[in-house]
Ligand binder design. Structure first.
Ligand SMILES: [Zn+2]
Ligand SMILES: [Zn+2]
Length: 175
């Protein structure tokens, strides 16, 4: 884990401002009370409520314990980066096989929603159609992640209110 943490911080320090912005945005999103830390319990609940992440990070107890290095029950930004690296930088393009390293990429909305293996494409493979896949709707991975975070926040804030089910499908119509 120590090695992985070092790799994650190095990745973050060397990454583009675009990736840094994304990490900061994501951190602020999860830090609902703006105290610059994320409570581990809150974070764990978020992961469990998110199909994509819960599939990806199965061994969560151990993961959270190892992420919270000083054991204070909160994740600071550095601790969070390790997680961020895990989610955003270990994806590979399913067209050319290159590591996506946190750069903007597209992912199949159907596979993402199903919580199964994601199908990811770098922008080059997407625009040159260098892939074969059974689904046709793609969206920015970043957008989908933020949508699924927003949904978890909503679910936890209006518990008991089942009047609305806001499960809208992707709005890209196939031509
Ligand atoms: Zn590619
Ligand atoms: Zn798919």
């Amino acid at each position: 884990m120590e090695e992985f943490r070092a790799e994650a911080l190095e990745y973050y320090n060397n990454s583009s401002t675009q990736v840094k912005d994304l990490a900061i945005k994501f951190f602020n999103y999860l830090d609902s009370d703006d105290d610059s830390t994320i409570r581990v319990a809150e974070f764990a609940a978020f992961i469990r409520g998110n199909r994509f992440l819960s599939r990806m990070l199965i061994n969560d107890q151990e993961l959270f314990a190892s992420m919270d290095r000083n054991g204070n029950g909160n994740l600071d930004f550095n601790e969070f980066i390790t997680f961020f690296f895990m989610v955003f930088a270990t994806c590979e393009c399913d067209g050319c096989g290159k590591k996506l390293k946190g750069q903007q990429h597209l992912t199949c909305t159907t596979c993402f929603a199903q919580g199964s293996e994601t199908f990811d494409l770098c922008s080059t493979c997407f625009s040159s159609r260098n892939y074969a896949h059974q689904h046709t709707e793609f969206q920015s991975f970043e957008t989908l992640m933020f949508q699924s975070i927003a949904q978890v926040h909503q679910d936890s804030s209006d518990k008991g209110d089942k009047s609305q089910s806001t499960k809208e499908r992707g709005v890209c119509h196939t031509v």
